[in-house]
Design a protein around this ligand. Structure first.
Ligand code: OFO
Length: 172
């Protein structure tokens, strides 16, 4: 496997697991504030991020590279409000999109077609990830400080179910 790609993909495993850690921390914060629906949504999001990390893990293995796990950076443990948490989630997704774009540039520079094809899925995924987080930010702005509004939104957020991708599926 191309060494530069191997190193960059290992770094991305770390970034995806860091994303999982961040969203799990948001879930824990929501749980502590009796916002079970928001917590469940974030827990599902954290599970998705682990799937993202595993996609890079499997790709490195399939290409004959070596997976090297690194320490995961500490994450905040508290957000002032659901709006602040989702703003942070949106900013984080924009950061991840930037990383995916950098990886795509590297794969193109290295002329690594399997890596380019693999990264295509993530380019599309990031469009969704950003849009979803932004949608929640906009909804929370509309809800404002309204207790009943937050209560309703918490119930709605709790509907999200994490579905693990079936073997061989692109999923997540
Ligand atoms: Fe949230 O998409 Fe991966 O990190």
């Amino acid at each position: 496997m191309n060494e530069k790609i191997e190193k960059a993909f290992n770094d991305q495993i770390n970034a995806e697991l860091h994303s999982a850690y961040l969203y799990l921390s948001m879930a824990a914060d929501f749980d502590g504030k009796s916002l079970g629906g928001f917590a469940g949504w974030m827990r599902a999001q954290a599970q998705e991020e682990v799937i993202h990390a595993m996609k890079f893990y499997d790709f490195i293995n399939d290409r004959g590279g070596k997976v090297k796990l690194q320490p995961i950076k500490e994450v905040p443990t508290e957000w002032k409000s659901p709006l602040e948490a989702f703003k942070a989630a949106y900013d984080h997704e924009c950061y991840i999109s930037g990383r995916i774009n950098d990886l795509m540039k590297l794969a193109r520079d290295e002329n690594d077609n399997p890596a380019i094809n693999f990264l295509d899925w993530f380019v599309n995924e990031q469009v969704e990830e950003e849009a979803t987080a932004d949608e929640k930010v906009q909804e929370l702005k509309l809800v404002g400080d309204s207790g009943p509004g937050l209560f309703m939104m918490d119930r709605e957020m709790g509907q999200r179910v994490f579905t693990p991708p079936a073997d061989g599926e692109e999923g997540a």
